[in-house]
Design a protein around this ligand. Structure first.
Ligand SMILES: C[S@@+](CC[C@H](N)C(=O)[O-])C[C@H]1O[C@@H](n2cnc3c(N)ncnc32)[C@H](O)[C@@H]1O
Length: 231
């Protein structure tokens, strides 16, 4: 193998991985609860289909769960589903642990790190749903290459989603919605499910408003793009 063939890790798609000092309770949960509910280290090799929760009817994944409000709410709504969450931002993981602890949630497993490592370690067709809600927009042209929705990520999503599985992408940046739509429409494994404008401009009935969504930092109202993994 030549040096050019060597695997290069993808560019960092996230900003800070840590901010304010953790409160003692959050630091305690990182030590006690996180090891109990952590996804096996994806960098150590493939993750089998069942070590996570053998009795789960389905497995869903949220990429970049931020403070974990959406992840926790979906887990409470769907106790028969195993919810995986990936997030490299330590304070976000700590916040999610607090929600999980307070609500006594048993059906969430967390990966404190890059979701792309987790995707690479998951078996084919192992997920029924994936959520990517308000990913870092990287609005400047020179930063577009950091956006998560690359053809490589889309190919990995196609591999891990089961036939008829669904991917939800939401953003409040017009240009990122168009960017994602262009790449998803070029991916033969996916079908955009929208039939009318309200399907992308009205929050879906099963959506849980996220913390970042409430900040309204983008240049448009939130746009929701739902895709089906074609069989
Ligand atoms: C703008 S925030 C939105 C957080 C949350 N989804 C919300 O709507 O409140 C984007 C999040 O995606 C995370 N993120 C970015 N790239 C990621 C990656 N490759 N894997 C997992 N999370 C990632 C960031 O750390 C950040 O917390």
């Amino acid at each position: 193998m030549s040096a050019d063939d060597a695997h290069h890790p993808p560019l960092r798609s996230y900003g800070r991985t840590k901010s304010r000092v953790l409160k003692p309770r959050q630091a305690g949960l990182l030590e006690s609860l996180l090891p109990r509910i952590a996804v096996p280290d994806p960098l150590a090799g493939p993750i089998g289909p069942h070590p996570l929760k053998p009795d789960a009817a389905e497995t869903w994944l949220e990429i970049g769960f931020g403070g974990g409000e959406h992840l926790a709410a979906q887990a409470v709504r769907h106790p028969d589903v195993l919810l995986l969450g990936a997030e490299p931002f330590l304070n976000g993981v700590a916040s999610a642990l607090r929600h999980i602890d307070e609500a006594g949630i048993e059906n969430v497993r967390l990966h404190h790190g890059d979701a792309r490592d987790l995707l690479a370690a998951l078996p084919d067709a192992s997920l029924a749903r994936v959520f990517i809600l308000f990913p870092d927009p990287w609005p400047k042209l020179r930063h577009h290459k950091r956006r998560l929705m690359t053809p490589e990520t889309i190919a990995d999503l196609a591999r891990v989603l089961a036939p008829h599985g669904r991917l939800r992408f939401a953003t409040d940046w017009k240009d990122y919605a168009a960017w994602t739509l262009e790449r998803m429409l070029a991916a033969p494994a996916f079908r955009w499910m929208a039939e009318r404008a309200d399907d992308w401009r009205v929050p879906p009935a099963d959506h849980v408003t996220t913390r970042y969504e409430l900040k309204r930092l983008g240049d448009t109202d939130p746009i929701f793009l739902d895709f089906e993994r074609l069989p």
